[in-house]
Design a binder for this molecule. Sequence first.
Ligand code: IMP
Ligand code: MG
Length: 173
Amino acid sequence: MQLRPIISEDDIQHRVSELASRIRSDYAGRDLIVIAVMKGSMFFMVDLIRKLDRPVCVDLISVTSYRGTASNGRPEIQMPVTIDLRGRHVLVVDDVLDTGLTLGHILWHLRERGVASARVCVLLTKKVLRAADIHADYSGFELDGEFVVGYGLDLDGAYRDLPYIAAVEPDEG
Ligand code: IMP
Ligand code: MG
């Protein structure tokens, strides 16, 4: 297995700044709660909210569905959001929109809790056929179906600390 860098640290930081300024203007004059999907989005969420440069409330949610590089297709919320979300504007921040099952489940959970609005911001959108009809309101980069690591994304817990994003490829030969 080898790693092939595909998105540099500079390109990530530049794009996160662009997303932050769009979000800042879209939410001008409204309160905003950012809910980060752990653990993959943690670096992205921290960089994004620092670049937002406006007051924001942050909470975390944790959903499991992946083992290795394949999904078992059954997302389960492990750490439900603790703050009262009724009537609030929520931006869900995740690392990757892949099948959409994870974000679909989270959006359902948030609507059950009576949010005023819920939007999705992802670092990466995979160009694949989604199992759930979910789109990202804000998306950093588009990828083909390849499995990637770095900048928070992991392969069985490893490589989250890389400052860039790399595709995981089998060894040649
Ligand atoms: P979905 O429910 O299939 O959309 O899965 C989204 C979640 O799967 C993301 O939040 C990631 O945690 C994980 N995931 C999907 N693709 C990748 C990848 O290429 N690398 C690492 N994690 C991934
Ligand atoms: Mg995730």
